[in-house]
Design a protein around this ligand. Structure first.
Ligand SMILES: Cc1cc2nc3c(=O)[nH]c(=O)nc-3n(C[C@H](O)[C@H](O)[C@H](O)COP(=O)(O)OP(=O)(O)OC[C@H]3O[C@@H](n4cnc5c(N)ncnc54)[C@H](O)[C@@H]3O)c2cc1C
Length: 432
């Protein structure tokens, strides 16, 4: 069957395998020449794609919960949305959550995902106490940061290339409300945007939407949203039904003009320089989840998300150059998310580092990859890196210069015969 991840690019003819018990999984790993685990397909590119994919989504049981500490053990196919749905009413929330709750716990560990609070809480692996992993030889190991340090560093952020995560023990955080006290700060240009990030740096959550088509004096103008959980005791929470996009949009629907119009309206919907709102968990953390299959607006050819991070010292200069190039190219993105990150952890392929990251969605069309290669060159020049969870096209050379621990990772995979069993289109492309 034809398979793709969230960006619908690339597509591959693949066999989907499932397992009902660990002995069956061991048999699959033994018999198949090569495979890659597949969670909920919310990575954008080709990290979860190969000719054989191993689907973990059916493994969705909650195994144990300690109400006094918030420590939860779940199977790896459990979605973050299922955790949110069951635990918010009991006064618990995820310590780290990305901008969609529709990802599996296995995918969250394999991508070492991060949220709007990286500067405070770090990556998802920071809230993981342990996980069980089936290796290339069928052996199952319980991994912890202290007990199995190398396997931990290779697997958290390792994009499924070390084995299959079976279950995980994670810690949740206490909350007193399903609501967030949000501040929205409107800035006029990149300089003000950076100042605002610094000024609100102590806020537990922060994220900015950038108008990526703004030019000249307005380059880098944004709406910065910061916030923290309210204290009002309202914990009633139910998953809202999604409205879905019923068909793939025709490719002409998304163009420079529609993005420009959207950006203008979105930026100008806020009048004041600083305003306060009380919003719920879904509006604050997961606005994109309100619309099911929104990836269809990019048409049948799909789209790619370009997400890079630059070290803090070079972020301002690098971002200015990149935003100017994008505005000049006229290839706009509705979604252009800027985040400030805290210190990197020591996982070998984790994406975050101290600095600023920008994520942009681009429709796959003529001229796009040439533009992205020009952006790659700027990212490399300023010492940055590309996020593997979003990527579908980066070259081996650019990938390598962003991830200095890559040789250690490769060596570790070779040593444990992982490189002969777990591979994706992405791992083949960048040779990891
Ligand atoms: C709308 C949207 C917003 C997003 N926002 C963010 C964000 O703010 N921050 C962020 O960091 N990411 C973000 N992402 C990316 C997403 O969080 C990651 O790509 C995540 O890894 C997807 O999880 P998944 O369960 O869908 O995994 P998949 O997409 O199926 O797989 C992703 C990777 O995990 C591996 N994997 C999956 N399950 C297992 C397992 N059981 N054992 C071993 N390996 C496994 C796969 O092999 C693959 O390499 C966003 C994605 C979307 C669509």
């Amino acid at each position: 069957m034809i398979c793709s991840a969230w960006g619908k690019y690339p597509k591959i003819d693949c066999r989907r395998l499932t397992f009902d018990r660990e002995s069956k999984l061991e048999e699959i790993i033994h018999n198949e020449k090569e495979l890659i685990p597949y969670g909920n397909g919310r990575s954008y590119g080709d990290s979860a794609l190969s000719e054989v994919i191993l689907c973990t989504r059916a493994h969705d049981c909650f195994l144990d919960f300690d109400e006094s500490t918030g420590v939860l053990r779940v199977e790896s196919g459990v979605l973050l949305s299922e955790i949110v749905e069951h635990f918010v009413p009991r006064g618990w929330f995820l310590r780290v959550t990305p901008g969609t709750k529709l990802i599996s716990v296995g995918g969250a560990i394999a991508g070492d995902v991060h949220g709007k609070n990286h500067h405070i809480e770090g990556c998802f692996s920071e809230c993981v106490q342990s996980f069980r992993l089936m290796l290339a030889n069928g052996e199952v190991l319980t991994c912890t940061k202290e007990g199995t340090p190398e396997l931990w560093r290779a697997t958290c952020g390792g994009m499924g290339l070390t084995g299959v995560i079976l279950d995980a023990t994670i810690s949740l955080k206490r909350i007193k409300s399903r609501n967030i006290q949000q501040s929205t700060i409107k800035t006029k240009n990149l300089e003000e945007t950076f100042e605002a990030f610094e000024r609100y740096g102590k806020s537990p959550y922060s994220v900015a939407w950038i108008d990526c088509l703004a030019k000249g004096d307005e380059i880098g103008r944004c709406l910065l949203m910061t916030g923290d959980f309210a204290d009002d005791g309202e914990l009633d929470y139910r998953l809202k039904p999604q409205k879905s996009i019923p068909f793939d949009f025709p490719s002409f629907a998304l163009n420079n003009w529609s993005v420009k119009a959207f950006n203008w309206l979105y930026y100008n919907r806020v009048g004041e320089r600083v305003s306060q709102q009380k919003v719920d968990i879904d509006s604050f953390f997961y606005p994109l989840d309100a619309i099911g299959e929104w990836n269809r607006i990019y048409g049948k050819g799909g789209f790619t998300q370009y997400q890079f991070i630059l070290p803090k010292e070079s972020s301002y200069k690098g971002l200015r150059e990149i935003l100017s190039l994008i505005a000049e190219s006229g290839k706009g993105s509705f979604l252009a998310v800027l985040k400030l990150y805290g210190e990197a952890n020591d996982n070998w392929l984790s994406f975050p580092m101290r600095g600023y990251s920008l994520a942009l969605d681009f429709k796959i069309e003529k001229g796009l990859f040439e533009l992205l290669e020009r952006l790659d060159a700027i990212v490399a020049e300023y010492g940055g890196r590309i996020y593997l969870s979003k990527d579908a096209r980066v070259s081996k050379e650019l990938f390598e210069c962003g991830y200095p621990q890559i040789e250690t990772f490769r060596e570790f995979r070779r040593e444990h015969a992982m490189d002969r069993k777990f591979n994706s289109l992405q791992s083949r492309r960048v040779e990891i």
